[in-house]
Ligand binder design. Structure first.
Ligand code: PLP
Length: 500
């Protein structure tokens, strides 16, 4: 273990699905990992093609020089980088050099040693998990990683189920459904998942009242900028969630694509708009990425579940999608050695690790050009950009939405704004269901030229009608003036439907 002074993680054998427990190591990969480092060994073992047949001599790109990250600065003073095919042999074969001949060949399903080293160091800097035998493993992004994690933990024959926020990321729900894993929604408040309600659900669980469903043993949660509710769990909330999971032997999947998009409090016009109060989770004054020390940025982040994980019961999903590029299809998981090993056994026979092109390009940017500090400065910039976008959206909502029926909390992280519409005041509330009113507003939105996501799309429990009317609006996609216009159109659609 890299940290012998820390305790080791607990064992999670009883949580594994039969499918996961049955996975055997790939014989070809194990032989390669064991013997290929031996000096003078001539391999006739694995089918690694010769790099001389790779039709790529070099890859060139222009990237920002940290901390001068804007497009204008990059055009003026960016760095031109070339990755050659045989940089390593030209440099005397130093293992530090990561070139096309290495990066474009087959590798371990953990991801390349170079990329894995970078994310492991990053994980140590940001989370420093409190147990000894934690590991990271590269993934093809959190969508695929979540499918692997669910299949590792959920067993159809065992009647397994998954706890999650009562409104949850629709793709996660669509991932669980065909695996036969049923979803149990936990109520949320302005700080997300409510631990006391989760405790109640688990304490009062009777399989016979739940169609034979076993007591849930997995929690899937998005603690920062949850999709779709935009809620962020504060530190105390996270500790309570963790403790309830310990009490009931629940294994945690922490999905954190928005972790670094934790924002400054909204200071715009009438910040407590719509009766919503500012969540207690936001951090202090604005951060200038070029001026503020990175330690200050790190200190202000709400600690992750991974950072408080004394048992090794958390499998954390990280992704470069929201903070670098979604098309990289690159992320990583962090968990105990036992769980990462099971995860890896699946990766070996599924995606075989992330693409070489992607790992080479991101590694060159993050490790060689920016380094950890430069990357953290980039994350500080992303956080500031999203804070500005959120503020534009909130100001537009303040200006254009009928407060008598629409209310919201200011998001403290992420990309999503969750708007509650008081369906009880709708003129047709007596004759129409929530979903029918939602549909009426949605259709009017489309007529007026704005697309929002309907709350009912995210209801965690299959077939359960929503008890309130919500719409999700993202401030990630549109330019600020378009965003303001879009919110005006949404406001008109609501007014028209409510005949205000
Ligand atoms: N998890 C959550 C909560 C998300 O909102 C998203 C993207 O919308 C993802 C995972 C997908 O991430 P990736 O691009 O890494 O597959």
């Amino acid at each position: 273990p890299p940290h012998p002074s820390k305790p080791r993680a607990a064992r999670w054998d009883h949580h594994l699905s039969a499918e996961s427990a049955a996975r055997e190591p790939c014989v070809l990969k194990s032989a390669a990992a064991k013997h290929l480092g031996r000096p003078g060994l001539i391999s006739l073992g694995g089918g690694l093609p010769c790099p001389e047949y790779f039709p790529f001599e070099s890859i060139s790109m222009r990237v920002p020089r940290a901390p001068l990250f804007s497009e204008r600065e990059t055009a003026e003073s960016g760095v031109d980088v070339t990755i050659g095919k045989y940089d390593a042999s030209a440099a005397g074969g130093e293992d530090k050099v990561y070139d096309l001949s290495i990066g474009l060949n087959y590798g371990q399903a953990t991801g390349s040693a170079q990329m894995l080293r970078f994310v492991t160091e990053h994980t140590e800097i940001v989370h420093d998990p409190p147990y000894a035998d934690w590991r990271s493993c590269m993934t093809v992004g959190s969508t695929g990683a979540l499918e692997q994690a669910f299949r590792m933990l959920c067993d159809r024959e065992r009647g397994d189920s998954i706890l999650t926020e009562e409104f949850s990321f629709s793709t996660a729900l669509e991932t669980a459904a065909p695996l036969g894993a049923r979803i149990v929604g936990v109520p949320v408040d302005e700080e997300g998942l409510v631990p006391a309600r989760m405790d109640e659900i688990l304490t009062g669980w009777r399989p016979e009242e739940r169609g034979g469903m076993r007591k849930p043993h997995v929690l899937y949660t998005v603690p920062s900028g949850q999709n779709p509710t935009g809620t962020t769990q504060g530190e105390q909330r996270r500790r309570e969630v963790y403790d309830v999971c310990c009490k009931h032997d629940v294994y945690i999947i922490e999905d954190e694509p928005y972790y670094f998009l934790q924002m400054d409090p909204y200071a715009g016009p009438e910040a407590a708009a719509g009766g919503g109060k500012e969540p207690a989770t936001t951090t202090a004054a604005p951060v200038d990425p070029a001026q503020t020390p990175v330690d200050e940025f790190l200190d202000r982040l709400i600690p992750s579940l991974l950072s408080m994980d004394r048992d090794g019961r958390v499998l954390r999903l990280d992704s470069f999608s929201k903070v670098v590029v979604p098309g990289s299809r690159l992320g990583w998981v962090t968990a105990s050695e036992q769980m990462v090993e099971r995860f890896l056994r699946h990766a070996e026979v599924a995606n075989q690790g992330p693409a070489g092109f992607s790992q080479l390009v991101l590694h060159r940017l993050l490790d060689e050009e920016w380094g950890h500090e430069g990357y953290l400065r980039w994350l500080m910039r992303m956080r500031r950009e999203y804070t500005a976008r959120r503020d534009v959206m909130l100001a537009a909502c303040d200006e254009a939405l009928p407060r008598e029926v629409v209310s919201w909390n200011a998001p403290a992280a992420g990309m999503f704004h969750w708007l509650k519409v008081d369906h009880t005041q709708h003129p047709d509330a007596g004759s129409k269901s929530i979903v029918e009113i939602e549909e009426d507003i949605f259709d009017r939105c489309i007529d007026k030229g704005v697309l929002v996501a309907r709350g009912s799309w995210f209801v965690a429990e299959h077939g359960r009608p929503p008890t309130n009317l919500f719409f999700r609006a993202t401030y990630a996609a549109a330019q600020p003036d378009k965003m303001t216009e879009a919110i005006r159109r949404f406001g008109k659609a609501v007014r028209e439907s409510f005949r205000l």
